[in-house]
Design a binder for this molecule. Structure first.
Ligand SMILES: Nc1ncnc2c1ncn2[C@@H]1O[C@H](COP(=O)(O)OS(=O)(=O)O)[C@@H](OP(=O)(O)O)[C@H]1O
Ligand SMILES: Nc1ncnc2c1ncn2[C@@H]1O[C@H](COP(=O)(O)OP(=O)(O)O)[C@@H](O)[C@H]1O
Length: 273
């Protein structure tokens, strides 16, 4: 009964062009559920992204097959495929998913340029999402301190989340101090060649310290914060980043810096599917 109802609903959706606001999320949920019970069809989008059409399920047949894996401490797990893939999502968004990794000292302007970049992308009709170190530490990474191994775990988790965002077709802007080269390089290695764009905020410590918008350098100099990056904790600048910001040629205002990154993305074809 449910399957029959869903089928006619699905038929309706195919026959008539629909806008996003016409979609009832509950109905879509039913359609997905019932189609997958039938095990042969799922929804995708035409090249113009407007009218849903059918394409056969090639990954999620409902049959239990393929080898089980062990990854870390996770035993007997199996990678699940779905026939709606990254390329479909990218076509929908008319962009390519990637990670813009902004690294630099506290106060170097990471969050400011991340926000300017996100605004600029939005104005161009492109979907970005910011993963900011300070913000992620309010939730997902609230259990982590600033000792070296916790910073490494912070970067590892954000790298994995950023990879998921890129797979979703989104331009993910990760903005973290990420002081260790090896941790940044590990994040880079999670993504296909070219999809990880390392942006270095090349701003001297003296400038960051003079800005000190949160008063953290003052506290660190007074010994009230221990292990503060640049004061009594290391920062390893990138050796081969894609973009270094803070120089005359890449612009010195946040908007000029963001424009430099947008220019790079345009040149590399990330702002089209
Ligand atoms: N000890 C120490 N060292 C550096 N930064 C500190 C520290 N303690 C707190 N803070 C605040 O945490 C923000 C940096 O968090 P991140 O997650 O980006 O750091 S890291 O990548 O794990 O090194 C950082 O934010 P930004 O100033 O935006 O960089 C600070 O507000
Ligand atoms: N390009 C810039 N030129 C001058 N000041 C800037 C620039 N970018 C950011 N700032 C200022 O520097 C301070 C730190 O910027 P913020 O983006 O919070 O740095 P971070 O995220 O690296 O800690 C803020 O007061 C901000 O207004």
């Amino acid at each position: 009964m449910i399957a029959a109802g869903a089928k006619s609903l699905l038929g309706l959706s195919i026959a008539s062009p629909i806008g996003v606001s016409d979609i009832n999320p509950r109905s879509v949920g039913v359609v997905r559920c019932c189609v997958s019970m039938e095990g042969s069809q799922t929804m995708s989008h035409n090249k113009n992204g407007s009218i849903p059409e059918l394409k056969s399920i090639n990954g999620h047949t409902g049959q239990k097959q393929g080898p089980l894996s062990t990854v870390g401490n996770s035993t007997n797990i199996k990678w699940q495929e779905c026939s709606v893939e990254k390329v479909d999502r990218q076509r929908l968004l008319n962009q390519k998913g990637c990670v813009i990794w902004v690294t630099g000292l506290s106060g170097s302007g990471k969050s400011t340029v991340a926000c300017a970049l996100n605004q600029m992308l939005y104005q161009k009709g492109k979907l970005g999402y910011i993963l900011d170190g300070d913000n992620v530490r309010h939730g997902l990474n609230r259990d982590l301190s600033f000792k070296a191994e916790d910073r490494a775990e912070n970067i590892r988790r954000v790298g994995e989340v950023a990879k998921l965002f890129a797979d979703a077709g989104i331009i993910c802007i990760a903005s973290l101090i990420s002081p260790y080269r090896v941790d940044r390089d590990t994040c880079r290695s999670l993504l296909p060649e070219g999809d990880f764009v390392e942006v270095f905020m090349d701003v001297p410590l003296e400038v960051c310290e003079a800005r000190d918008p949160k008063g953290l350098y003052k506290l660190a100099r007074a010994g009230k914060i221990k292990g503060f990056t640049g004061i009594d904790d290391p920062y390893e600048p990138p050796l081969n980043c894609e973009i270094a910001l803070g120089h005359q040629e890449t612009g010195t205002s946040p908007m000029e810096m963001a424009a430099t990154v947008v220019g790079y993305l345009e040149k590399k074809g990330y702002l089209q599917a």
